[in-house]
Design a protein around this ligand. Sequence first.
Ligand code: CA
Length: 114
Amino acid sequence: MKNFILPLFLITLGAIPTTGSFDHDGRDVDGAVDDVALFETVITDRAGLDRLVTGPMTAPGTTTFDLPSGLPTGTYTARVRVADRSGNWSEFSDPASFTIDRTPPSRPTGCRVK
Ligand SMILES: [Ca+2]
């Protein structure tokens, strides 16, 4: 059963981010309550290529979104904006940066059997 210890360890240390989140209180810039209806997240890589993630917002508070699957190794930024039911878009949030690491480890050394 010792065989299962190593895989669990790697999952803990090498987790690739798969989701993000943001907060919104459902208010307009003037403070009036006006529920937001949509969000759009823009994921930008170092080369400036954008990937979009959009979805509905069901309630004020924290919204979680899935990152695009299969992002290659690299550093990215994520920004999000929201729209109300009339299609008015907010400004973008400040960017959050994250890293995808799909580079495999180097070879182990000193493998021995006693
Ligand atoms: Ca509004």
